[in-house]
Design a protein around this ligand. Structure first.
Ligand code: UD1
Length: 361
């Protein structure tokens, strides 16, 4: 069986890690990795391949940034000949980015079977580019690999139950694995002094990321968020995505100073260790909300809704789009009681490999 994975953005490299390992262990699988180049900074891309021991991409399209149409179109033009050349048994796509949509459109036109990992997630917010991407990709795909029962229910409501399989969440696989590797290591060792200038990690700190267009692309909104972060009751390590840095620079908003410590994005093991050590996470990232939940760190999400609704149960995650609660809730006690495990036991990638093998052809 030949599987061709298309990835392009940071969270997809994280998911590719366990899937590449499971496909290699399954035996008899040729795995071709195509990197669209949507994320190209070393800290957003290469470092994930190194840390998660992912084979180097077989093809790199080097597409880079652009408007949604220009970026997606450039990927489509680049992918067509690659998919034609390989004609894999599965084109495997990883979530909701422009790279996923481009690969799905290219594959469906070439009559190649598409498997969509992380199928069925919905925010029901049509302003999000990810929402268009995931809905369109689910309806183009032949095999929908859903991470949760809620995702399965969404697919069933859209008439896609026949193509859907509940496999669990491969991000849980990698998160648990890396948690074991970094748990006993000192925070400063793992994160590195360069990222911690001015912060004493002996004291409680908050970890923050902000990158969504709805939060970064208007000066008023971004200023309100940065002011709210400065007003939190503990120092904030703000891991600044390139989009955030670009927009803050454009609007003249300072991401460093006082209790706010804007710094570069972290590699995956560093991120996991930093979440484990934090008093709380404040974010608009989908992946980080879930990692906080898996690592048992309370999270406050600066969005009106979440597609990872399971994180809201028991109060592990609180939504605060209008920034009225974050000051009170960002540092809070972890919830009591039994811990639900809606994202699986850390073996989803093996199941993904099995389902692909069983359904190939
Ligand atoms: C993309 C995904 C989003 C995911 C996020 C993770 C889409 C529509 N969005 O959003 O779902 O949560 O990745 O990070 O696919 N840039 C750099 N260097 C890089 C990458 C980006 O400088 O390595 C800058 C560019 O100015 C670019 C901007 O960041 O225009 C945004 O990057 P882009 O890939 O368009 O979207 P993200 O916001 O990263």
């Amino acid at each position: 069986m030949k599987v061709l994975s298309v990835v392009g953005a940071r969270p997809q490299f994280v998911k590719l890690g366990p899937v590449a390992r499971a496909l290699a262990q399954a035996g008899g699988v040729e795995h071709v990795i195509v990197h669209t180049g949507q994320h190209y900074d070393a800290a957003m891309s290469d470092v994930f391949f190194e840390d998660l021991q992912i084979p180097a991409p077989d093809v790199h399209l080097g597409v880079g940034s652009g408007s949604h149409g220009a970026q997606t179109g450039a990927m489509l033009a680049g992918l067509d000949p690659v998919l034609q050349e390989h004609r894999p048994d599965w084109v495997l796509v990883y979530g909701d980015t422009n790279s996923t949509l481009a690969a799905a459109v290219s594959a469906v036109k070439l009559h190649l079977p598409i498997a969509h990992l992380e199928a069925g997630l919905r925010s029901f917010n049509r302003r999000m580019p990810e929402e268009h991407n995931r809905v369109l990709t689910d309806h183009a795909a032949d095999l929908l690999l859903a991470p949760t029962q809620v995702a399965m229910d969404h697919l069933a409501h859209e008439g896609l139950a026949q193509r859907s399989v509940l496999v669990g969440d491969v991000m849980t696989d990698v998160c648990y694995l890396v948690r074991e590797q970094v748990a006993d290591r000192a925070l400063t060792d793992v994160i590195g002094a360069a990222n911690l200038e001015g912060i004493d990690l002996e004291d409680p700190y908050l970890l923050a990321t902000i990158h969504r267009p709805d939060n970064t692309d208007s000066p008023q909104r971004l200023r309100a968020i940065v002011e709210a972060l400065r007003d939190l009751p503990a120092p904030v390590v703000l891991l600044a995505h390139p989009r955030l840095v670009a927009k803050a620079t454009e609007y003249g908003i300072e991401l460093f100073g006082g209790t706010l410590h804007g710094t570069s994005p972290l590699a995956y093991p560093q991120m996991v260790r930093a979440v484990m050590g934090a008093a709380g996470v404040v974010t608009d990232s989908g992946g980080l909300q879930k990692e906080a939940f898996l690592l048992r760190t309370p999270c406050t999400t600066i969005r009106p809704e979440t597609e990872w609704v399971e994180t809201l149960e028991a109060g592990w995650n609180i939504l605060d789009n209008d920034l009225t609660q974050v000051r009170e809730v960002a540092v809070r006690e972890a919830p009591f009681g039994a811990q639900a495990t809606p994202y699986g036991d850390g073996h989803a990638a093996d199941l993904v490999a099995k389902v692909l093998l069983r359904r190939a052809g």
